[in-house]
Design a protein around this ligand. Structure first.
Ligand code: AMP
Ligand code: MN
Ligand code: MN
Length: 332
């Protein structure tokens, strides 16, 4: 399956990778800020594939502090370097799951200095950067695009590669539940499971384990959720707001809130779900979800972010009420 990507682009990507399989070549892989399972998993899985092919001077990075949430610890993390230490002019740069250069922080500078750059992504909102752009908006995860390239390169999925790609696939498909869960997704999953990964342990770690403090925290934030039946052209919107005070009170790290949107979006009376996660006094990470009536990526892009039709996000500045009102205004 090729999806939206032309065969000549695959051929160019294969040739570019093969040309850096030589001693002394510097290869930098980069994924988006605050990496999720797909960003990290596709990047680190691909990295191990390159190692299998004999690539040596290999670095992986993402902008911001080099911390990875416990549930997302996976093979290949030894390759991670802070953005300041990343090669300044690599022979090859490959980006993963980043829809725009703003998601790459200072690593975006390497798009100009790298001899060659390849963008692997699946966001319809991808702004089109990099010398070679391999973007398939119909792919459920960037990992699917990365796997197509690994297959063309003749890489065999060992345990490490398989665990990374599986984590990417299982997170971005919501455990194979979302609309883009195609036969190709299941076929790739079958191959990954066939490499011997522990599916139950991975799922428990990523989806079904959180500290008791987080259980209480979720209950408190959900207890304050608000349903606005008139919003989104009468399709309804449910909103929830998690503050820094909530995190402090329950002694939880910010990443623990990544799973909370799934408990908000199940609201039957609302097509749109909106979760505000406070980052600082007047800054919020906003998650948007739609059941199909609204295109939330349009809302997110209009407010400076990005994403997919049914799952998008942006950074909001102002009070929680102001941000909710802005989302509401863009849903008409
Ligand atoms: P999240 O709600 O954080 O799970 O993100 C859902 C989708 O929205 C992901 O596909 C992200 O790529 C996208 N997204 C989230 N936050 C941002 C942002 N600040 N800028 C651009 N895209 C974002
Ligand atoms: Mn992502
Ligand atoms: Mn993704």
């Amino acid at each position: 399956v090729n999806g939206a990507i032309a065969e000549k682009d695959w051929a160019e990507a294969v040739a570019s990778v093969q040309s850096i399989i030589r001693p002394g070549a510097e290869v930098l892989l980069a994924c988006h800020v605050n990496p999720d399972g797909d960003a990290l998993g596709s990047m680190l899985g691909f990295a191990q594939g390159l190692q299998q092919l004999g690539v040596t001077g290999l670095q992986c990075s993402f902008p911001g502090p080099l911390s990875v949430p416990d549930p997302l610890h996976m093979p290949g993390m030894n390759l991670l370097v802070p953005e300041e230490q990343a090669y300044t002019a690599p022979d090859l740069l490959v980006t993963f799951d980043a829809a725009s250069t703003s998601r790459l922080g200072s690593l975006a500078q390497r798009l100009d200095s790298a001899a060659m750059s390849i963008v692997l992504d699946h966001h319809a909102s991808n702004s089109g950067f990099g010398k070679l752009s391999l973007v398939d908006p119909d792919a459920a995860a960037t990992a699917l695009v990365a796997a197509r390239l690994l297959d063309r390169l003749g890489v065999q999925y060992d345990l490490g590669i398989a665990e990374c790609l599986y984590i990417a696939l299982v997170t971005d498909t919501g455990s194979f539940k979302f609309d883009l869960t195609t036969p190709e997704v299941h076929e790739l999953a079958a191959r990954l499971v066939g490499s011997g990964i522990s599916v139950g342990a991975i799922s428990r770690r990523i989806f079904d384990t959180r500290p008791f403090g987080a259980v209480k925290l979720f209950g408190e934030v959900l207890g304050r959720a608000n349903l606005d039946p008139a919003a989104a052209q009468g399709r309804g919107m449910v909103t929830a707001v998690a503050t820094l005070d909530d995190l402090v009170k329950h002694n939880q790290p910010g990443y623990i809130l990544e799973a909370l949107i799934d408990s908000v979006r199940c609201t039957a009376e609302a097509d749109v779900a909106c979760l505000l996660k406070q980052v600082s006094e007047r800054e919020w990470a906003v998650s948007l979800r739609s059941k199909g009536g609204a295109d939330v990526s349009k809302v997110a892009v209009a407010l400076g972010g990005g994403g997919h039709r049914l799952a998008a996000g942006f950074t909001g500045r102002g009070s929680a009420d102001e941000i909710i009102e802005a989302v509401r205004a863009h849903l008409v």
